[in-house]
Design a protein around this ligand. Structure first.
Ligand SMILES: [Zn+2]
Length: 211
């Protein structure tokens, strides 16, 4: 049921964005001041085109999750070297997994640092800084109504099917269960050449709306 006061919006198109997968890592650094924190942010931005970064915590413990855009792993050591020159406590963990995220959470508690909320996979609900697939629901004016994000593990179960089946099976597995879409007519949009997109063919009886 829609919540009172939030008008229903009809979904016209579903856009699917597959993100390139790259090696992931987490850096944990002890920062003594706001200047330290700003310097850290600058350092990661400097590597911008080569890696994506998301901050996991702020305060005494500053931590970043990164994902490499290329196969060149030496960037990870370059960053580690730069950090070690300027900061006393530096840890590089060469993946983003539940283990390291648990350590970040614990160290945040112990040091009074603030954990920054991470987006979660909408299927398994695990924190996911770099989702593999992002599905957007668009209205008839191409405005985004909502987005759903899925991790690589959950996405892998749907890979290898037709593109339409891929999207429907993800949305069916979603915690909010959009399985109703299986009974609607989805037409591949020709306008979206680069991205995968489907127009929902709706009539009086078949409309997909979100509140
Ligand atoms: Zn997942």
């Amino acid at each position: 049921m829609p919540r009172r006061g939030t008008p229903m919006r009809f979904v016209h198109q579903i856009c699917v964005d597959r993100r390139p997968k790259g090696l992931r890592a987490v850096y944990l650094v002890e920062a003594d001041s706001d200047e330290d924190t700003a310097e850290l942010a600058r350092l990661f931005e400097q590597f911008g085109p080569m890696l994506e970064n998301i901050r996991l915590s702020r305060g005494k413990l500053v931590s970043f999750a990164v994902q490499l855009q290329s196969g060149d792993q030496s960037i990870l050591e370059q960053i580690e070297g730069l950090l070690k020159k300027n900061f006393g406590f530096v840890i590089l963990h060469r993946s983003f997994d539940q283990l390291i995220y648990g350590i970040v959470c614990e160290l945040c508690k112990d040091s009074g640092s603030t954990l920054i909320r991470l987006p979660k996979c909408d299927i398994c609900r695990r924190p996911e800084p770099f989702p593999d697939t992002v599905v957007s629901f668009m209205d008839d004016r191409n405005n985004r109504i909502a987005t759903r994000a899925y991790c690589a593990t959950c996405t892998a179960e749907s890979v290898g099917r037709s593109s339409k089946e891929f999207v429907i099976s993800l949305l069916e597995a979603d915690r909010d269960d959009f399985g109703v879409l299986r009974h609607m007519t989805l037409v591949r949009s020709r306008s979206a050449k680069k991205h995968l997109a489907f127009r929902i063919k709706s009539d009086a009886e078949h409309q997909f709306a979100m509140g």
